[in-house]
Design a binder for this molecule. Structure first.
Ligand SMILES: NC(=O)c1ccc[n+]([C@@H]2O[C@H](COP(=O)([O-])OP(=O)(O)OC[C@H]3O[C@@H](n4cnc5c(N)ncnc54)[C@H](OP(=O)(O)O)[C@@H]3O)[C@@H](O)[C@H]2O)c1
Length: 136
């Protein structure tokens, strides 16, 4: 298996998503724009694995040089990751995807943004210590 990483951005209380988009979608603040730019810079040239809603909500992800992989609940995470054993892989969410792939993640890169409003998707700190369920 290759190197597996996560980059995500959360609000002050772990807010991740709202109505199928980022809770702070459209916020022109410097921190928000810098976070998106950093995401694109760090994932350039690598594999990005995410659920169908997340892939659909970020059309810009389909930029040249990125390999996008939509995963479903019927996929076996270990088998998916083994297909990319010579690549750097980013797990792009949403929450059920992070939960399923968490045991294989070697590096979590979590940006805390100043947002403190509504959300319907939250970061779960238990993902960081999910190694016990690793299947090998
Ligand atoms: N803040 C951030 O950094 C960030 C990043 C990404 C996403 N988000 C936000 O998160 C929200 C989207 O997430 P979402 O969870 O609603 O939708 P999602 O990204 O489509 O993820 C959930 C789907 O992933 C699929 N899946 C793949 N492997 C799975 C597994 N092993 N177990 C369970 N499901 C699996 C399932 O699709 P099937 O049921 O079709 O199999 C499930 O319905 C949006 O609001 C988005 O903006 C935020």
């Amino acid at each position: 298996m290759g190197e597996v990483r996560v980059i995500c951005a959360i609000g002050q209380r772990g807010q991740l998503g709202l109505n199928g988009a980022l809770p702070w979608e459209g916020n022109p603040g410097r921190e928000y724009r810098a976070d998106v730019a950093r995401f694109f810079e760090l994932t350039k040239g690598h594999v990005l694995i995410a659920g169908p809603c997340t892939i659909g909500s970020f059309p810009d992800w389909a930029r040249p040089g990125r390999t996008l992989v939509v995963v479903r609940s019927t996929d076996d995470p270990k088998s998916v990751l083994e297909r990319f054993s010579d690549r750097l892989v980013f797990i792009g969410g949403g929450p059920p995807v992070w939960r399923a792939y968490a045991p294989f993640v070697q590096h979590w890169d979590v940006t805390r943004l100043p947002y403190d409003g509504e959300a319907d998707r939250y970061f779960d700190p238990a993902w960081l210590t999910a190694a016990a369920s690793r299947a090998d």
